[in-house]
Design a protein around this ligand. Structure first.
Ligand code: GTP
Ligand code: MG
Length: 195
């Protein structure tokens, strides 16, 4: 799998616009501003393929990228962005849950969590929902570069406990330094190859 052979396909604003389900796909979910788009850029080794922003709420569509003409990566809009009007929030929720629930080619949801903080209620809701619906997911703890090695281990252990997972079930990551990129790449390739 060549993750650098990547192309933007389209932004999807309603379930009717989803591309034909011809390839396995991996979706990237997480709170607004947690670093979903930055993680994808690092994964595919492109500085600016996906637009990132220090302002939360940058990604508003399900953005589809093809990789190596064999899979899709899907950058999801973030949740937990309070400044979005209520009505818009519920239409996002509808779009995202509808997508996660029904997309038959979805092989893994990467749940991106900020390593600096405790697990937020919305992260827990998402993970509970994925478990309940038996959707495979992979937690990735990001922004590791902002913490000392010691603090990284400590916070990762706390998140593991909150999610009731063992350390082999998640990836420590930094979009800034590339920490965890290879680990993430090989795990994602595995999901696709076992599809
Ligand atoms: N230090 C550091 N900063 C990061 C990392 N990942 C993302 N950032 C910064 O965090 C901010 C948000 O990053 P994005 O990738 O746009 O976040 P997002 O989750 O796609 O945000 P939305 O699309 O708004 O939901 C940007 O200022 C990034 O530069 C990381 O691993 N380390
Ligand atoms: Mg984004």
């Amino acid at each position: 799998m060549d993750f650098s052979r990547v192309e933007f396909i389209k932004g999807v604003y309603s379930l009717k616009e989803l591309p034909e389900p011809i390839w396995p796909e991996i979706a990237f979910a997480g709170r607004s501003n947690v670093g979903k788009s930055s993680l994808i850029n690092r994964l595919v080794r492109r500085r600016n393929l996906v637009k990132t922003s220090s302002r939360p709420g940058k990604t508003q569509a399900l953005n589809y990228f093809s990789v190596d003409e064999r899979m899709y990566l899907v950058d999801l809009p973030g949740y937990g962005f309070a400044r979005v009007p209520k009505q818009m929030r519920s239409s996002w929720e509808h779009l995202i849950t509808g997508y996660l629930e029904r997309r038959e080619t979805l092989v893994c949801v990467v749940v991106i969590i900020d390593l600096r903080h405790e697990l937020k209620s919305q992260d827990r809701e998402l993970v509970d929902w994925l478990r309940h619906h038996q959707k495979p997911f992979l937690p990735v703890y990001t922004k590791a570069d902002k913490l000392s090695k010691n603090k990284q281990m400590k916070n990762a252990a706390a998140l593991d406990a909150a999610l009731t997972i063992t350390p082999d079930k998640r990836v420590l990551f930094s979009a800034r330094t590339g920490q965890g990129r290879e680990d993430l790449e090989s795990r994602l390739a595995n999901y696709v190859e076992n599809w």
